[in-house]
Write a protein that binds this ligand. Sequence first.
Ligand SMILES: Nc1ncnc2c1ncn2[C@@H]1O[C@H](COP(=O)(O)OP(=O)(O)OP(=O)(O)O)[C@@H](O)[C@H]1O
Ligand SMILES: [Mg+2]
Length: 259
Amino acid sequence: MALLEIKNLHVSTEDGTEIVRGVDLSVNTNEVHAIMGPNGSGKSTLAYALMGHPAYEITEGDILVDGESILELEADERAQRGLFLAFQYPHAVPGVTVASFLRSAINAVRKAKAGGEDDPIKIPEFRKRLDAAMKQLKVPKEMAGRYLNDGFSGGEKKRVEILQMALLQPRLAVLDETDSGLDIDALRIVAGGVRELVGPEMGALVITHYQRILNYIKPDFVHVFVDGRIVREGGPELAEQLEAEGYETFTPEPVGGEA
Ligand SMILES: Nc1ncnc2c1ncn2[C@@H]1O[C@H](COP(=O)(O)OP(=O)(O)OP(=O)(O)O)[C@@H](O)[C@H]1O
Ligand SMILES: [Mg+2]
């Protein structure tokens, strides 16, 4: 049984436009999957649908985690099942330090796990876990005391995001690397963090329109996404082909021939 199984998924926006048009995809622990596709092909919409974003309606198909449908679950209940979406954190939060943000993120998952009862992590235990994660991911110590994303560089935001991932110990991390401002450092941080954390306990789905990031992450599987559908699947060599040829050759023939 797959950790995550997406079956014939169709997703529409609130105005009824179909963006994701029949996606099948399975992800297991120990696996890094990359979804690559041009701007506007529906990659982020797929990620939002996985997390239960209310602006997107699933009109057909199913999303299963450990064989159970999660369609009826709220975003926090999905997090409790082990899903983690990297872009799901607030922008600048003045007055909230990185450490306290991370602690409340952990507590939110603990609360959901305890059936809605508060079950806050003890401060010394939190400190221990934070220190260990920061060491593992080579995040500078002073980062913990800074205000969340307040004047953070792109790379620093990525560090906090990966740190959050390490602390929440999700089973499936979904990373939507939409930020065109990502520089090589930020890419390395994401790639290093994903590689460090993917293993018997975790799988990852990395969404990008960069070929570049895959030079660092080395996905086990590449899915080419065009116009709301997966049009080609393969191993890392597919990313190299994309690099050389672009998306053009992967675009399905237009219906009705040339205009
Ligand atoms: N909430 C929404 N309301 C209306 N249209 C939307 C909404 N969300 C997405 N869309 C449209 O759906 C299409 C796919 O958008 P999406 O953000 O999923 O693409 P993407 O593949 O992530 O692109 P990029 O590579 O630029 O991040 C776009 O045409 C976008 O305008
Ligand atoms: Mg996107």
